[in-house]
Design a protein around this ligand. Sequence first.
Ligand code: 3H9
Length: 704
Amino acid sequence: MPPDNAPVTHTLRGKILLVTVDNPPVNALGVDVRRGLAAAIDAADANDAVAAVLIVGAGRNFIAGADIREFGKPPQPPALPDVCNRIEASSKPVIAAIHGAALGGGLEVALAAHYRIAVAGAKLGLPEVQLGLLPGAGGTQRTPRLIGAQAALSLMLSGRHVGAQEALSLGLVDRVGASDDVLAEGLAYAQELLASRAPVRRTRDAQRVADRAAAEAAIAAARADTAKKSRGLFSPQKIVDCVEAALNQPFDDGLRFERQQFLECLASPQRAGLVHAFFAEREAQKAPETKAAPPRDVRAVGVVGGGTMGAGIAVAVLDAGLPVTMIERDDEALARGRANVEKVYDGLIAKGRLTADAKAKTLARFSGSTSYDALAGADLVIEAVFEDLAVKQAVFGELDRVCQPGAVLATNTSYLDIDAIAAGTARVQDVIGLHFFSPANIMKLLEVVVPARVSADVVATAFDLAKKLRKVPVRAGVCDGFIGNRLLAVYRTAADHMIEDGASPYQIDKVVRDFGFPMGPYQVIDLAGGDIGWATRKRRAATRDPNARYVQIADRLCERGWFGQKTGRGFYLYPQGARTGTPDPEVEAIIAAERTRAGITPRTFSDDEILRRYLAAMINEGANVVHERIALRPLDVDVTLLYGYGFPRYRGGPMHYADTVGLANVLADIRAFAKEDPLFWRPSPLLVELVERGATFASLNQSA
Ligand code: 3H9
């Protein structure tokens, strides 16, 4: 018998061997669980008193998958595919009773069982693709045999979770329990199977496909689709290959093929990047203040400002089920704010993703006022007005006047000094930054900007709110641009320098896209509107270091009113409202004229040099924000760039990527670039220190 504290225990319930996986927090399939499961099946086979085996998970989940923390470490037997085969080979019927997550290897364990029951709240899925992997414990072979190639491909390529009812209709499970008591339902189902003398029923022997032609068509379609959409990821193609093997090869050959493909994925930097992103995202949520204090209760939220940002924030809060009161300066502005909110829901209705009834129900929680007094009952207010310190200070003066004691007062500023905003109130301890990204109801990132005198429970409240809004929060300190925009300013400047020196914006955009960003920096400017950056540059002109290199190309475009998509041209041309731009020879002529004006003889840039300069600028500034404690750890920089700036997830974020390139190489690049422009290319002291110690950014990720 396994010891009581073993992660897998088994006890006899009548003729049923009840096998419980109890490996908090999510019953991941670490080595002891794998050993325990295999031993339990051996025990069942060896014991005449056992007629069937029931596998359940303790706690909130069945099994959430392989233990991701083991990836990249030396493998320890038994391997999960062998454990699944052992389960399937059992001479006695094995039943999996599923509640909570049955994901990845967890679902594969269930598929290797002979019968499956799920209860309400179960989520089943094969999300390996999101970690750069494929279902590698027989999942690619058993799933198509059970539910057909098309449904299997859809599950594995999307990584989506399905609920109990959908799992039933797909054929992933045999039954949905009448109650949510998974143990009682599982035992009853097992009894019933025994009573009806249900035989062992192995998925490997399931009819391979009902309709071979349909399966072949599904495979061909998935192959074409992943080639188009997988943007540099290679595990999706391998998933398709494995399903093809399931169709054409005997089960054991298919398993061998799957194993080979899985190991290739496991060894890839893509897997390492995606697993880093998985843990970084979770780690970022554990800001020190969240451990120091419980969050305040937030039941009603105010939003000041009904522009694009304010309306997006209001929608994000409404979608989390909270009531919102919007404040605008007059009736007309308020009507516009309300219309901005409604527009988001109308868009969803038009796409068939929302009913008019659901919109009405949500908007019943929305109210507006032109008087700050309407915020008297708010527990948290988010200010999203014009980006001007005096304007914001005036708003906070009003909030200070009307809000109840203990209300959290947040500003959505993207670069202003939040300490200065707070200082104008008599409650600095309640003032915090909540920097949303546009469109605020969609973008996942939320920078929680922590001013010097805010109290810990206000920070904890911000993180708690982020969870309710389904955002990914990152803790940032106060500085110009916080984490994200501060890096952005620097790597965009590096790109501007390259343009003036001879690269074209179109080449830079292509290189950046080829690296995996959805768009290049000049496409982003055209999308967001060139006037926004122009206004900022003009505001900052007086305080700019006169010795710093300043490229005027973007100003020349803005002076012509070329602000990007919304004006039909920017860095690109957008004829007839086109959404994708085409290169503009006139822009190239303007750039040429600017080079001449600046006395620069253009040179050519290789794609490789462009990428190295762009990323070195990003990494170096990332190191600076960590050095200055604006970001607590390199992983906070990674999460910011992944969720707010389109950094390709499979590369893990700029700091993780820097580790894979080697920090000494990054520093050597920066030193080489510094020969032409020592002011711009100043190596971050942290980068220098890490290289001297032979350490990595990852080594700093533990200490928050
Ligand atoms: C796989 O299975 C490969 C196989 O096909 C083949 C093998 C041969 N391992 O998300 P939460 C931790 S690939 C280790 O905050 P929730 C997580 O880090 C795997 N740890 O909770 C966190 O730790 P901490 C396929 C894991 O309730 C804690 O659990 N499976 C794992 O919001 C709580 O997590 C997946 O990709 C893991 N597999 O969501 C599923 N999973 O407290 C990945 C979680 O120290 N997991 N942790 O920060 C999830 O999607 C969510 O965690 C889940 C719970 C939905 C389960």
